[in-house]
Design a protein around this ligand. Structure first.
Ligand SMILES: N[C@@H](CCC[C@H](N)C(=O)O)C(=O)O
Length: 262
């Protein structure tokens, strides 16, 4: 069976996207997407990506988005993928504002004049403040999915690679978590290194960038408008009264068909 796909990324956070608005994708409906995600996301053996995204029609809004991480697990939310599917919807319709249903609720998404995409991720909440895990003290933040933010003085030694996996699976959390090590640059800029649950080190993470800014604001370290520098690029977070707005570029890198085993 041939699986038509798009490949997109946001600051290097990359996705294989199956577009169910396209008639040629209808035949894929019965696939086990957990297995498909695992195979297609595998570098060298598959296409290689951080996640598999399903973009589907929804009767009560513009579209529905489902996400599987590279290990096949499901994710409730993904700020990078939401911006990528917004771009696809814009290409199809020419519209500049969309409402997309996700596992974390209905999200409003905008195409800006400069073709960057802004998505409203809603209001984060602090699940645990100054929480001790292994040798680290961090904030556990919920923004549809869960993120543990550890503030450090330097990212030089790649703490996410050393400790990310152990923190992700730590028994002190009720579920596995995304992990971010953050360095404060000034009141409007922060740098992070990322370990995502279900996929490992990634070059960017939209919900993680937003959760980090929420943690920084809660500590009195950051203003409401902040640039988040990640290994793959920069996003802007605006902590508005209506929700956390995540903005940045997205890129469609290629499209193709994958030769699935059945
Ligand atoms: N691994 C995450 C889902 C992906 C988050 C993403 N990269 C983003 O941009 O927000 C999870 O399982 O929560």
């Amino acid at each position: 069976m041939l699986i038509p796909f798009l490949k997109m990324h946001a600051q290097g956070n990359d996705f294989v996207i199956l577009d169910y608005f396209a008639p040629e994708s209808f035949a894929l409906a019965k696939l086990d997407f957990s297995s498909v995600a695992e195979e297609l996301c595998k570098p060298h053996f598959g296409i290689g990506a951080d996640g598999l995204v399903l973009l589907m029609p929804n009767e009560s809004c513009d579209a529905q988005m489902f996400i599987h991480n590279a290990d096949g697990s499901t994710a409730e939310m993904c700020g990078s993928a939401l911006r990528c599917v917004t771009w696809i919807l814009h290409q199809k319709t020419g519209k500049k504002e969309f409402r997309v249903q996700t596992e974390a609720g209905l999200k409003t998404c905008y195409v800006n004049e400069d073709n960057t995409i802004t998505v409203n991720l809603g209001m984060p909440s602090m699940l645990k403040s100054a929480y001790q895990v292994m040798d680290f003290t961090g904030d556990l933040v919920e923004i549809g999915n869960q993120h543990f933010i550890v503030w450090v003085n330097s990212l030089k030694d790649d703490p996410h690679l050393q400790y990310g996996s152990a923190i992700e699976h730590h028994k002190g959390f009720a579920q596995t978590v995304n992990v971010h090590f953050a360095v404060l640059l000034n009141r409007t800029a922060v740098a992070i290194k990322i370990w995502e649950k279900g996929c490992g080190a990634t070059l960017a993470c939209g919900t993680g960038a937003s959760a980090t800014v929420f943690s920084g604001i809660a500590k009195g370290l950051l203003n409401n408008e902040v640039e988040v520098l990640m290994p793959g690029g920069i996003v802007k977070i605006n902590a508005s009264a209506n929700g956390y707005l995540l903005s940045g570029e997205v890129c469609q890198s290629f499209q193709g068909v994958y030769n699935w085993k059945i």
